[in-house]
Design a protein around this ligand. Structure first.
Ligand SMILES: [Cu+2]
Length: 71
């Protein structure tokens, strides 16, 4: 299991947090999504054999939020 933290811009309330969670959690291979609204940190635990950061970024952006960094 690997972990990545994306920095996401545009989340302003718990509804946004839920929206982002809702697009990331169903991705096959994602084991957990932990979001801190205050600083826009989206921590994702995932199986690298099944999913990867590019997918997470695309899904987040499709949901209407901007991914500004990862680390
Ligand atoms: Cu919101």
């Amino acid at each position: 299991m690997e972990k990545i933290t994306l920095t996401v811009k545009g989340m302003t309330c718990m509804g946004c947090v839920k929206s982002v969670k809702n697009v990331l959690e169903p991705i096959p291979g994602v084991a957990g999504v932990d979001i801190t609204l205050e600083n826009g940190q989206v921590a994702i635990s995932f199986d690298p054999a099944k999913a990867g950061p590019d997918q997470f970024k695309a899904a987040t952006q499709d949901a209407g939020y901007e991914v500004v960094g990862n680390g």
